[in-house]
Design a binder for this molecule. Sequence first.
Ligand code: ZN
Length: 367
Amino acid sequence: MINESRLLAQFMDYVKIDSPSRHEGEMARRAAQALDAMGLEVVCDRAGESFGSDGFNVLARLPGEGESVLLTAHLDTVSPGCGIEPVLEDGVITSRGETVLGGDDKSGVCAILEAVQTILENDLPHRPAEILFTIGEECGLCGAKALHVSQLHSRVGFVFDASGSVGRMVVSAPGQLKIHAAVHGRKAHAGNAPEAGISAIQVMAKGIAAMNLLRIDAETTCNIGSIHADFATNIVPDLAQMTAEVRSRNAQKMAAQAAHMKACMEAACAQAGARLEWEEEVSYLAYCHGADAQPVAMASRALEAIGCAPRPEAGGGGSDANVLNQRGLCCVVLGTGMTDVHTTKESITVRNLTDSARLALALMTGE
Ligand SMILES: [Zn+2]
């Protein structure tokens, strides 16, 4: 029932629309127009203003019978993602090689749009559906964070935004915490009076050297991403800054790792008489759904109905699902077949595009 040639044409068209994070304006307008042209009620918000984007989240409602479901995908793409030229060869779509393809996440956007179109033109019985296209997913889930979730009627959601062929379901994902730290030492002339100074670089290095980093345990990781201090060699540096992240599927372990890192840095500062500034910010929280969770059960039934075996898996990254789960919905992330995402080798098969649309259709029309 899915119109594969229309779906493919729309995908090839949409990936050519430049929509790097914070510049999703045109793509958001096009998606809103497509939903409006199908006769859906469309609401555009002002989420872009919260993070310097010219775009907006697009929410549309398809009235129906039964319990409402949310189907969502994001409109932005990562860099290099401008001037994308899609190439179709032997059923596989790639970019020409200088950019990403942007199937992350326009595969999700197109699958959902094609499913809605199929319902409407065939007059298929369906449950109420909310279609949400977010912006700023790739730069920190900014669009989802700025969304007013109180306007959503659905309690169950499906995020069409995972790599892996159709059938893959990300049922758990880690949370992430960001750390910004600064060590304040004391400036002195490095040649004349070094003993009068406190080297912020040396203190920070001691603090870091005492930390457990990288793989902490099966569900927790940690990494320092930047260290910054830039002084002339004849000055004892009085400031060093760093950023780090901690990820864990367990919120307590995430907090414990951050506390451990802070304690290491505090001890190094105390020993040298330096002052520590330490900021922690939870980017998003972890989630974990069992097999009996409603979206897992619903997606499993829909996948079986379209002849794809459900493959529930643990994910390693954050997505809009983390934000939506944190804010009261129950969401899983579904594989759309995107492969090698965030690289210039990114690809997707036409088969997966079509299966994603069939899955979206089954979620709206199935039991
Ligand atoms: Zn994505």
